[in-house]
Write a protein that binds this ligand. Structure first.
Ligand code: 6R9
Length: 637
């Protein structure tokens, strides 16, 4: 496989960047030419950010799985597409060649069809990190169904909310999932979710943990039985559905500043082109390399850089079921050694947590296969960057600090490994086709360098969010109404004298906990569901390993029990409503919250207190009752 769009030198980067701005349509038409289309486009790009309306490669026809599978069969059929490492190092790993993966995706496409799934239907996928998850995702794409993967750490209530929002009638799940020492009963969680979702017609259950599960007649079927039926019928090839470039490929729910997560929609053509383009260029992927992204497929990083980007590039992608610290903190290094991993892509929170174990976990492992390291999900602090550089990359591997979002579909700002310069804690420069700008509060562009401001993007790139599922107005309001004619990222950023971007973090009410996006309003809603709680306010505070921790100020009407039990009950409530990932790290009981005369909670003050800056609270004169602040500042946890 060759990549005609691969940029190999800094000069080429500069040339490509300039052309992408001067002639975006010509630029992207050239990139798109190296993919396989059933019919070419009539127009490369049509857009306005007012509605917003963005259409890439309109009039073209394709199926993304023909690009990820069929077109590789001839030359890469016997090459590994997916290497799967199980949670337990004692269990056998699996290797799926492109031919194997194609066969299995075709089989499962038949299964979906036999179970009534049609083009445009929404299929919710709630599975652990096993190859069948990849197979289910790709089979949906092959038959034209819209997949919506839900991370295994979300609760029944969160799943029900998403199923209802997407009106998903089909579910693919597992009996359970192994993650470290834990065994998560996925099907049980689905059963709880389905109490509120009587419209679900079919649940396909794949066996992994053999945890006992309830199987309801007429609704639940086993994955393995369904595959057997297809085999008995002798069904092999599944003709991929012909999709329009702008047909919906998937929905992925993400948190924003309101209480309700939104379904970010990506479409077939542009998403395919941009994920493969960014994959090859940022990581400088060379055919034959083993690419190891440690994310979960339940997040966008897994969608774009475990599955679609690598597979559309004919790469070998490593899928790991477990966690970096189980059975011991050397797990990642052992995997790198075992499969001679060339590219390692992980999150700052994982790096910081591994730093805490010192250098012993590296003993006996050979990391010399590594060529490129990457980070994603949150700002990386310089200490973690240098540790990663020194102890993992042995100072020979460029580190790519990749900034992007669920909504952007792929990496927008990052250095390209060995091609454009790295700078610790800086995402550095935009990829060709990406035009970032910084604006001040009033939406006025901050020009010149150095600069600071809110990060916006001026024009569409192929994998930009198209809509929020079922509510286009919400998409417009959230991303395109803050500043006229700009996509607003929700992040703040600095730009140094050389034009390198450094992303400083969210400027809205979104927390980033261990690289997971969680809305403060979502957590507040969950806390307020507890029978004894009157009101709450949630803010983030700096956390050594998680990046940000969750700090909750809670007013209780009726303690019912002592404070420590109340705390545990609140945590349990949040786990039930959202999932364990949203549990506050700290809960402080208070008798009031600092509010302005108009009734708004002054989060700025609560943030300062959570950060421990109690003597630097700024102006509190506009508060309705300034004495509340003293009480909170003196309060104990
Ligand atoms: C891909 C992903 C998006 C938010 C984003 C920003 C933060 C991601 C970053 C980064 C600094 C980086 N973020 N990458 N901040 N440097 N390299 O993480 O998507 O889960 O939607 O989160 O994550 O704040 O706005 P998502």
């Amino acid at each position: 496989m060759s990549y005609p769009f691969q940029i190999k030198t800094y000069e080429e980067y500069q040339r490509a960047y300039k052309r992408s701005v001067d002639d975006p349509e010509g630029f992207w038409a050239d990139v798109a030419s190296s993919f396989s289309w059933r019919k070419r486009w009539n127009k490369v790009l049509d857009w306005n950010f007012k509605e917003p309306h963005v259409e890439w490669f309109s009039g073209s026809k394709l199926n993304i799985t023909e690009n990820c599978l069929d077109r590789h069969l001839l030359n890469l059929g016997n090459k590994p597409a997916i290497i799967w490492e199980p949670n337990d190092p004692e269990e056998h790993h699996r290797v799926l060649t492109y031919r194997n993966l194609y066969d299995k995706v075709c089989q499962f496409s038949h299964v979906l069809k036999n179970n009534g799934v049609k083009k445009g239907d929404r299929v919710c996928i709630y599975m652990g990190m096993i190859p069948e998850l990849a197979i289910a995702v790709l089979a949906c794409a092959r038959i034209g169904a819209i997949h919506s993967v839900i991370f295994g750490g979300f609760s029944a209530q969160s799943i029900a909310d998403r199923l209802q929002d997407a009106k998903a009638e089909y579910i693919v799940t597992c009996d359970g999932a192994f993650r470290g020492a834990k065994d998560i009963p996925l099907k049980n969680v689905i059963d709880d979710a389905l109490i509120a979702c009587p419209f679900v017609k079919r649940v396909i259950v794949c066996t992994r943990t053999r945890t006992p599960v309830s199987m309801i007649k007429g609704r639940d079927v086993w994955w393995e039985d369904e595959i057997k039926k297809v085999e008995t019928l002798g069904l092999n090839h599944f003709e991929a559905e012909e999709m329009d470039a702008e047909d919906e490929l998937f929905i992925l729910y993400t948190s924003g500043s309101t209480g309700k997560p939104k379904g970010v929609v990506h479409t077939c053509g542009g998403y395919m082109v941009f994920t493969a383009y960014s994959f090859v260029n940022v990581f400088q992927y060379t055919p034959g390399d083993v690419h190891f992204c440690t994310a979960d497929i339940g997040w966008i990083t897994g969608h774009s850089y475990i599955l679609y980007g690598p597979l559309a590039s004919g790469a070998t992608t490593l899928m790991f079921e477990g966690v970096p610290t189980w059975p011991d903190a050397g797990r990642l290094w052992q995997i790198v050694d075992k499969y001679k991993v060339n590219v390692l892509y992980t999150a700052p929170t994982a790096i910081r947590s591994l730093m805490g174990f010192g250098l012993e976990p590296f003993e006996g492992t050979d990391l010399s296969s590594l060529k490129v390291l990457g980070t994603v999900g949150e700002p990386i602090n310089e200490e973690a960057w240098h540790w990663y550089d020194e102890h993992v990359g042995k100072k020979r591997c460029p580190i790519v600090d990749t900034w992007w979002q669920t909504e952007t579909g792929g990496i927008l700002i990052s250095n390209m490994a060995g091609v454009t310069p790295a700078k610790p804690a800086h995402a550095t420069l935009p990829l060709p086709g990406v035009q970032p700008i910084l604006v001040d509060e009033n939406g006025v562009e901050v020009t010149g360098n150095p600069a600071a401001g809110n990060l916006c993007i001026k024009a569409p790139w192929p994998s930009i969010i198209r809509t929020t599922y079922g509510d286009h107005e919400r998409c417009r309001q959230t991303y395109f109404s803050t500043y006229e004619n700009l996509y607003f990222t929700g992040d703040g950023a600095l730009r140094d004298a050389d034009g390198n971007y450094r992303i400083t973090g969210r400027v809205d009410d979104v927390l980033n906990v261990s690289g997971h996006r969680i809305g403060t309003a979502e957590v507040e809603n969950a806390i307020n569901m507890h029978a004894g709680v009157v009101e709450s306010a949630v803010v983030g505070y700096p956390h050594d390993i998680k990046g940000q921790g969750i700090y909750a100020y809670v007013i209780c009407q009726d303690m019912h029990t002592d404070e420590s039990h109340m705390r545990l009950d609140i945590l349990q409530t949040v786990s039930r409503i959202i999932g364990p990932i949203a549990k506050p790290d700290k809960i402080q009981f208070v008798s009031g919250l600092p509010k302005t005369r108009s009734g708004k909670i002054m989060r700025r003050i609560l943030r300062k207190i959570a950060e421990g800056e109690k003597n630097n609270l700024g102006d509190t004169t506009t508060l309705l009752d300034p004495s509340v602040v003293e009480e909170i500042a003196e309060g104990k946890l």
